[in-house]
Design a binder for this molecule. Structure first.
Ligand code: FES
Length: 942
């Protein structure tokens, strides 16, 4: 490990090294904290943070500019940068020093500014991302651009600042040596990335440290919006500050089940600094989960809002909540929804339609697709039991929180006859429609902005509560209102993948054909309905003999939301381990077995690729081959996802002598959709992608799709290509009509004519502005269903992943590590390979994190979320990412416009199952419960 000073530990708790230094006499300060010699002591030495509770006059130099400020004792350094000085590059991610998004340099050393008292900056010099690099950028920033070390970019300023400090220290000590991935991961341990850009970040920092990006000319950004992200210029919803803006704070239920018996709204309205109050639960109303929105206040600042809701006079009659699926299904359990009518108010957990289901106690279902050959399934199992192979097991999967690094956030203001909202959303266009319906406004009277979005993963589709609260409060207050969820609310209520229990039975015939598949899944969706797990198992293998049934188990837990490949990881955790078990029982290679069960050409090619992997070929052919403390194993699993597209979406090109702008009411959540559009336009015109500026995130632009379900690239790319073709045709007309050129035809980069060639830039210079619009057309190959469902069309051919993972189990501690990962993707043509690789790697990191590290836990007595911060809710850090290899099979999908389809979900759904299969290979024990905590394997002895 590195001997460069590391921030290990101090960002993960406490007040940070500088804060600690300032809380004790200077003599006890850590030696690596440089203190300006002339600086007066900022405050009297104190024994506790209470020493910073008083307001104080502070002189601080920020990015070279001296400031004299009067700061309140409760103001964090991050608030000083963002709210006082308007430097929004440092982000508030967690608010408790765990994620590092707020990292700034204080006297040259990186610090989590959310924990650092503002008054502690007295006499210090602070450098924020805005001052890193200058016009040519710092080598670390250039490396991030070249390696595509980012997705949504919300973590990026913090990573860059930390990495710059490490880079500079490393270079000073090691000259041009390249640090190992472990050394970089160790140094950046205080920074988290939820999108999973881990391998790219590690590579970028290592290469920058080795001096590969010292020359500015070495930079070639992969992603069109990357420069804005590495410089902190990208403006997210949390960065929006309008004149007269108020802060909206939400009072949430402390009870999992209770009746509101008294609430003094008048007292709240009269509280200091409060400008508006809106109630979401009335006296006599019930709450069904801890964290449910009860009321909200708009106040002059966050402190006044917090003080008001903390002092709210509110009385509850609590009931015993039903927490967990065991309690919910127990005989005599209190129904969470007493009637089917009450259940109609339940939130949806589904990405699309919720299938109808009967209600019995807290069990809703069964939901079974109509074309199952149920009668023949048991007959085939009977035969398989006698002459073939069967496997039956109950698998369980935990609840996983989306916990996007940019929290759910909205800023709303009412205008004459209209509403304008900035919001962190995955569906700019759809949200504008939802808001206009909700507030009975004419279409077009609502404008939604989301220029940059700090990821979503399914939790930010449609109208979420923060939008509603911001709009309600802004209307009442007559002023703009910003609502930003804190990390506790983000984890508890803003987005959770449902847990599941899946009883699965799989049978093979004597000759190894798939005989039948049967399963019953119980979705742990809290108060919401429509979580689907078993139905996803239908997608993977071809057989009509499947009987798959889903139930919702209702409880007093927060509602769940779709999360990247909704239902998929839990479904495949069971199915792909069952397939593996059948293969082992038959003594057969697990890939060979799947080959017979899957005729799809793309998957067959992926299996060919797996069979060529040296590590896979050379693996032990028996289980438990390692006998020492550390046991290694290899696991394979297939992932698939629903192949969908949204037709009718549009891209408008505004071309002039100033350049080409591609506009759409789409959004880039880190999935690279802006780059997909830029590359599509550029490729069609034959120009460089950086010649195309993409304007996303404005609902006033042409209608677009939501970014969920791996639909964005396949929907937007062809629309952009059509727009570019129209522009090219218009430029041919310019050549002929304005320039008088004969025999003009479109050619790469411009127009060929009888006398030569004229470039796109020259044609635009000779033309008045041109505006053309491209539309996503029907696909030539047609669709699986003859009609659109929720605006979506589904293809016959499914995108697939072949996932091989190598794990290592420490039998003494029970800790499992994913060491290496190989992911093959069959999704047709890949338009931006480097960005697609980043996307796949992120999907694998999230899959590893899901399997090994994350788990939402509730208090069984109250229903409150116990893991409501990024210390107790652990997501994979840089050091947890396996080495990765990504392979694209670009064949197939000829019936799809552009010959390619979304890959983001397929790439993540099989990761946990491959880890389960690898652990079986390593130990001979089949894991059935997720997550794979250390106690799962403590019985394996060396
Ligand atoms: Fe790191 Fe999104 S790119 S959190």
């Amino acid at each position: 490990m590195s001997d460069v000073p590391s921030r290990r530990g101090f960002l993960r708790g406490g007040v940070g090294a500088l804060g600690a230094a300032l809380l004790v006499p200077r003599a006890a300060a850590e030696p690596d904290v440089r203190i300006a010699p002339a600086a007066p002591a900022p405050v009297a030495p104190a024994a506790s943070p209470a020493g910073f509770s008083e307001s104080a006059a502070v002189r601080v130099t920020v990015n070279g500019t001296p400031h004299a400020l009067r700061l309140g004792g409760g103001e964090a350094a991050l608030d000083v940068m963002r709210e006082r000085l308007g430097l929004t590059g440092a982000k508030r991610g967690c608010g408790h020093g765990a994620c590092g998004a707020c990292t700034v340099l204080v006297d040259g050393a990186p610090h989590a500014s959310c924990l650092l008292p503002g008054v502690a900056l007295h006499g210090r010099s602070v450098t924020t991302i805005e001052a890193v690099g200058g016009a040519d950028l710092h080598p670390v920033q250039r490396a991030f651009l070249a390696e595509d070390g980012l997705q949504c970019g919300y973590c990026t300023p913090g990573f860059v600042v930390s990495a710059v400090a490490f880079h500079d220290a490393w270079r000073a000590k090691h000259a041009g040596a390249r640090p190992s991935a472990a050394e970089v991961a160790d140094a950046l341990e205080g920074n988290l990335c939820r999108c999973g850009a881990h391998p790219r970040i590690l590579a970028a920092v290592a290469r920058a440290c080795a001096g590969e990006f010292d020359a500015p000319s070495t930079v070639s950004p992969v992603r069109v919006d990357a420069v804005a992200k590495v410089t902190g210029r990208a403006r997210y919803t949390t960065d929006v500050k309008l004149d007269g803006q108020l802060e909206g704070l939400i009072l949430r239920s402390p009870h999992g089940s209770a009746t509101l018996t008294a609430l003094d709204v008048d007292a709240l309205r009269a509280a200091p600094g409060v400008k508006a109050v809106v109630a979401y639960v009335n006296v006599g109303g019930v709450v069904r989960f801890a964290g449910q929105e009860v009321l909200a206040v708009a106040a002059v600042d966050r402190a006044a809002g917090l003080a008001a809701i903390e002092g709210a006079r509110i009385t509850w009659t609590p009931a015993t909540p039903v927490v967990g699926m065991v309690a919910a299904r127990a005989a005599g359990a209190t129904p969470v929804f007493a009637t089917k009518k009450a259940l109609d108010t339940a939130p949806s957990a589904a990405e699309g339609a919720v299938f109808p289901g009967a209600l019995a106690g807290n069990l809703r279902g069964p939901v079974r697709l109509p074309f199952a050959r149920v009668a023949q399934v048991e007959e085939r199992f009977a035969v398989a039991r006698t002459s073939g192979t069967t496997y039956k097991e109950t698998f369980s999967a935990h609840s996983q929180c989306h916990t996007t690094l940019e929290p759910h956030a909205a800023v709303a203001r009412w205008l004459d006859g209209g509403l304008e909202v900035w919001v962190s959303t995955q569906s700019v266009h759809d949200l504008a429609v939802d808001l206009s319906e909700h507030y009975a406004l004419p279409t077009g009277a609502v404008r939604v902005h989301a220029e940059y979005v700090g990821a979503g993963f399914g939790a930010k589709v449609g109208m979420q509560m923060e939008s509603r609260v911001a709009c309600d409060l802004a209307k009442l207050a007559g002023a703009p209102v910003r609502v930003v969820l804190d990390r506790a609310a983000e984890i508890a209520v803003a987005g959770v993948r449902p847990g599941a229990e899946f009883e699965i039975e799989l049978g093979a015939t004597a000759d190894g054909a798939l005989a039948a598949l049967r399963g019953v899944a119980y979705g742990d969706g809290g108060v919401s309905v429509g979580s689907s797990v078993a139905v996803l198992a239908r997608l993977v293998y071809d057989s009509p003999y499947k009987d798959l049934v889903d139930y919702d188990v209702l409880s007093n837990a927060p509602p769940v939301k779709p999360f990247r490949g909704p239902g998929g990881p839990a479904a495949l955790w069971a199915l792909e381990q069952a397939v593996d078990a059948i293969a082992w029982k038959r003594g057969e290679d697990p890939v060979a077995l799947r080959r017979r069960w899957t005729p799809h050409a793309g998957r067959q090619r992926l299996y060919d690729w797996v069979d060529t992997l040296p590590a896979w070929k050379e693996r032990a052919r028996e289980v438990g081959a390692d006998k020492g403390r550390y046991r290694r194993g290899f696991g394979f699993a297939t992932g698939v996802w629903m192949p969908m597209v949204q037709t009718g979406v549009e891209v408008r090109l505004e071309a002039s002598r100033d350049g080409i702008v591609a506009a759409s009411a789409c959004q880039d959540t880190g999935n690279g959709s802006k780059s997909v559009v830029a590359y599509a336009v550029a490729e069609t015109l034959g120009i460089a992608p950086d010649r195309v500026r993409v304007r996303f995130g404005d609902s006033a632009d042409p209608a677009s799709c939501a970014s969920s379900g791996s639909r964005t690239a396949v929907s937007m790319g062809p629309a952009a290509e059509e727009a570019a073709s129209e522009l090219h045709a218009a430029l041919v007309a310019v050549a002929e009509d304005r320039l008088g050129l004969r025999d003009a035809v479109a050619a790469p980069g411009g127009v060929k004519h009888a006398a030569g060639f004229v470039s796109v830039a020259d044609l635009l210079a000779a033309s008045p502005p041109i505006t053309v619009t491209g539309r996503r057309r029907r696909d030539p190959g047609g669709y699986y269903l003859p009609f659109a469902a929720s605006g979506l069309r589904f293809f016959d051919e499914t995108p697939a992943a072949a996932q091989v993972t190598e794990v290592e189990l420490d039998t003494r501690t029970g800790i499992v590590r994913a060491r290496r990962s190989w992911t093959g993707i069959s999704a047709g043509r890949i338009k931006v390979p480097q960005m697609a690789r980043t996307q796949v790697e992120g999907a694998v990191v999230q899959g590893v994190s899901y399997a090994l590290y994350e788990e939402r836990r509730l208090d069984p007595a109250t229903g409150r979320t116990l893991t409501a911060d990024l210390e107790t809710y652990r997501i994979a850090g840089l050091a947890d990412a396996p080495e990765m290899d990504v392979h694209f099979d670009e064949g197939g999908f000829e019936g799809v416009l552009g010959n390619g389809i979304g890959l983001s979900e397929a790439a993540t759904v099989a990761v946990a199952a491959s880890i389960g299969n690898a652990l079986y290979h390593a130990t001979g024990q089949r894991p059935t419960r997720l997550p794979l905590r250390p106690d799962s394997f403590l019985e394996v002895r060396s």
